[in-house]
Design a protein around this ligand. Sequence first.
Ligand code: KIV
Length: 295
Amino acid sequence: MYGTTERRRKISAPDLRDRKGGERIAMVTAYDYTMARLAEAGGIDAVLVGDSLGMVFQGRETTLPVTLEDICYHGRAVAAGLDATHLIGDLPFMTYQVSSAQALESAGRLMKEGCFESVKLEGGLEFADHVYRIVKAGIPVLGHVGLLPQSVHAMGGFKVQGRTADAADKILADARALEQAGVYAIVIEAVPPDVAARITREVSVPTIGIGAGVGCDGQILVSTDLLGMGLGKSPKFAKRFAELGQAAVDAFATYVSEVRDGSFPGAEQSYKPNASQSDVTTTAFDAPLALDHWH
Ligand code: KIV
């Protein structure tokens, strides 16, 4: 598929944990089958169905409205496009904060109904006991510290965290609490690079940075940011590795003009006419119909 013929071995949560200090881990978010197939073909290690889908896919202002059902629905679609790539599901706002029993039940639903292989949740010390309970039930957990988008209102916006010594110490304490609770890796979002590098040195599990500099054990980006699909300004940390947004706008505009001037569809995109009903003769009509390209 998409140029890869080699089948990769399934990447598990313990495989990712064992990459601490070794080969850097490359993760992205994805919300659908097509993007999942492309990420897999590109050799991505793990895909997160993040609650960022509320903003990226549903066009909401924050991630808060996203439901467990939303994550499960997108998880099934993404799972269908993955082979070796590890699949992580995000626990949405208020599906784990209430109690460790609620957290375990929600994590279990992600695994059963969303086809996930591990789950992620935001927060440190406050939720370490919830993480412990989930891990003890046999569900691998990815932690998340620094900027916590589900706490956007408490944090006063999507702002860089850990700017003061106390704030940086608190993020380190959060990471340590998650490590103790048994996470296999920790996402560090929007913190100064020196703070992320210190956390990376001080915890025994891999750190996955997003806006946290190069000193982490891996990186994660939102796939639409990475592909340059947004038409507005990208966040500072989101390098655009392609400009697919502009390419899509150009393609739509060309389509519009070809529909209007009648140059699309041409002979190449048309079936062979019935001989009695047409005087058109062209070999282009005789191209075999590839059924897998019929959709
Ligand atoms: O929801 C999400 O996509 C995330 C990543 C950006 C880490 O939490």
